[in-house]
Design a protein around this ligand. Sequence first.
Ligand code: ATP
Ligand code: MG
Length: 398
Amino acid sequence: MSINRGTIVPVKTVEEQLAIILSEALNIPRQRAEKLLESKATRILRYKNIRYIVIRRDIAGHYEGTTILLDEQGGYRLIEGYPHIKRILLLKKALETHFIDKIVVEEKMDGHNTRIVRFNGELYAITRGGYICPYTTMRFKRKYGEKANTIFDELGEDTIIAGEVVGLENPYTRVYYPEAPDWDYFVFDVFTGGLNPLDVEKRRALVEDAGLRSVPLLGVINREDYEELRRILEKLERLGREGVVLKDPYYRVEPLKYTTSYINVKDIEDGMRFPFDEGHTFIFPRLLRQMFKAYEESWDEQRIEEEALRLGRALLVPALESIRKYSMGEMLGEVFELTFYSWEDLEDFVSHEAMLGVPLTILGVQEYPGILRARILKHKHTPEHYRRIFRTGLSPLD
Ligand code: ATP
Ligand code: MG
């Protein structure tokens, strides 16, 4: 276009600008980007003064949960989604076939996956699904902001710190850990230049030097050391912890995960408090894990009896309890107790959840000097199903 006096410069609409950025960021044709922006595969959201695009499925080699952060000047940054970790069913076989020589055994902590990134000097905490979580961003910055900044200063702005938020005070996964009773963050990966992981040793040293915490290191074994790994797992089993993620020290092959019998059944138990929400999708995958565990570990009669009773109770007892509660008119849902440091933080969190379509009820807020403690109920779908069943007496399934 030649520019003369009187030339009209066509202004790009916001949609056009987003399509250009998306096509560039994902390296896909413009038309495809336009279609994606109109479809459910993407969402455009706002957090404070930035906008971002969430990629909700695997697209063009990028994982679900990939996020593109946009600034007001037209700059952007693509944050890759956290890769799926394959699950082991038969431990001995997987050790022998998958790994090369050494295997780093890291604890698999049960919380929620959070990527920490720095964009234009600001830290953001991004959930597995690719959303900036205002609550997690606030808690992380308060506890580790300065420390994390030293890592970005050292490794550069295109670094991703990935870790698990653990403890009771988060809006997603409430599991008590003695070393992290309320809220803490444990790093399990540091990526640079996209998704290139730092070697385990280097990563752990970096995290320690910066003053952050790493997930526990439970051992470094050879791939023949099945028995040693079994001993590590038996200890986790006794402590009621989730399991392990097995990693090649240099990430030459992808990590694999394996969980304890304790957590396989515990998940069912938790899920069955809301049978029509988590319950029904939880059951078969966890049963499968137990089936192969029982086989591989040659459970004896006594162990089978114990496990069968525990499994049966996990399937029935919480579900029955929830039906009884419903029948007595109690509100069914999950209650979270969260800490905020200002009303603005609380509002940011509530409006973020509303934007995602998560129905919440604030049960109460207690104010202390500089701290707010909020009890928040997340609603579930299970009560709607119960309502129909109680009204008609009929099964929604068959
Ligand atoms: P996916 O199966 O897609 O990985 P999921 O939500 O089913 O996701 P999990 O079964 O919990 O995930 O297992 C993978 C997750 O485990 C990771 O995304 C991470 O959040 C968590 N995790 C906990 N500890 C570790 C660790 N030491 N190394 C890697 N991931 C860990
Ligand atoms: Mg998990």
